[in-house]
Design a protein around this ligand. Structure first.
Ligand code: TXA
Ligand code: MG
Length: 314
């Protein structure tokens, strides 16, 4: 299959309306979408990115009212979060409506819903005219794509269309929260910090280790480049004599490594992390030294989570 890279929202939306799949930009990472009501279309996503079928997808909407088309019950705390954070990088769990096929939720009774804030994502979703189920637009297990070029690195020839847009503003995925139970549980730390969520709905639980039954996706291999990742407290820990090609990401330049990325703060660290990991793969780097965040405040919690997973190779 030849992949078309286009800036035409109409062309991309036509693909969705005719039962196809499309990679599209959002403010977190690029998504790979299909009509959420169409089981056959959604199946194509799982095939294209080689995603395990037990990993549920997030459904994307372009206005808050659409939440009622995809859900049969919405808890008061969920509604409070929707009021505060939609549109934006937060995904909320609701009881799914009968119109959402089981393939979207991997058989779970809940569906995760998000309204992106990226203007191009919103225009695309509106043009599609249906809710769009979309995981991140990468091969399963790889770092998510934060640019349309990254999408092509993984999916060229495997998908019909990528909608070209700007690089993702956050560079890390949305926060996923389950408020269908009390106290609510964070299923994936992400671009909306825990502290902001607790200001709206009070205490939430952040499990140290998520059980597979709670959030199937978190049990799979994730965010992994080919290189081995070693987490360090500071770039000074990088050995002087390196036997293999090495790269480094941290708050100081590392002269021992072949090349390094030096973000100015944690927001920038989060934004460039996946791009950096992909660059390392392109340059055939064998080991990556990555500086750990000092704490888990704000975006650092999600950044820490992704670094740990990438380093564990799962
Ligand atoms: O920022 C994002 O969330 C991006 C953009 C494209 O919106 N999407 C994304 O999707 O990261 P994905 O499929 O790569 O990650 C979705 C995560 C997975 O860990 C999945 O297991 C979890 O959300 N999830 C989705 N629906 C769920 C459900 N009903 N119950 C529990 N976990 C769910
Ligand atoms: Mg993903």
């Amino acid at each position: 299959m030849k992949t078309l890279a286009t800036s035409s929202i109409d062309r991309a939306a036509r693909e969705i309306k005719s039962g196809g799949i499309v990679a599209f930009p959002t403010e977190t990472v690029y998504g790979l979408g299909a009509n959420a009501f169409d089981e056959n279309a959604v199946r194509k996503i799982f095939i294209a990115k080689k995603r395990p079928s037990d990993n549920p997808l997030i459904v994307h909407i372009w206005n808050k009212e659409q939440l009622f088309d995809v859900s049969s019950e919405i808890s008061p705390k969920t509604l409070a979060l929707v009021e505060r954070f939609f549109p934006g990088p937060l995904s909320v769990l609701v009881k799914k409506s009968a119109s959402i096929p089981d393939i979207v939720t991997a058989g779970l009774p809940t569906v995760s819903v998000r309204m992106p804030s990226s203007p191009i994502a919103l225009r695309f979703l509106k043009a599609c005219g249906v809710p769009v189920a979309a995981p991140s637009a990468n091969l399963s297990g790889k770092p998510s794509s934060t640019s349309w070029k990254h999408v092509l690195q993984d999916l060229d020839g495997r998908i019909p269309v990528v909608l070209k847009g700007p690089n993702s503003k956050f560079g890390l995925e949305s926060t996923v929260i389950n408020c269908t139970r009390d106290p609510p549980v964070i299923l994936r730390p992400g671009a909306i910090p825990l502290e902001e969520i607790e200001k709206v709905i009070g205490k939430v639980v952040v499990p140290v280790k998520l059980r597979r039954t709670l959030s199937p996706g978190m049990a799979h291999r994730h965010y992994s480049p080919k290189a081995r990742i070693v987490l360090v407290d500071s770039v000074n820990e990088v050995p002087k004599k390196l036997k293999e090609s090495a790269a480094c990401i941290g708050f100081e330049e590392c002269h021992n490594a072949d090349f390094s990325a030096v973000p100015e703060n944690y927001t920038e660290y989060a934004r460039i992390l996946y791009d950096f990991l992909r660059t390392c793969d392109e340059r055939n780097v064998k080991v990556i030294y990555a500086e750990k965040p000092l704490d888990k405040k704000g975006i650092s919690r999600a950044l820490y989570d992704r670094l740990i997973r990438a380093a564990a190779g799962k």
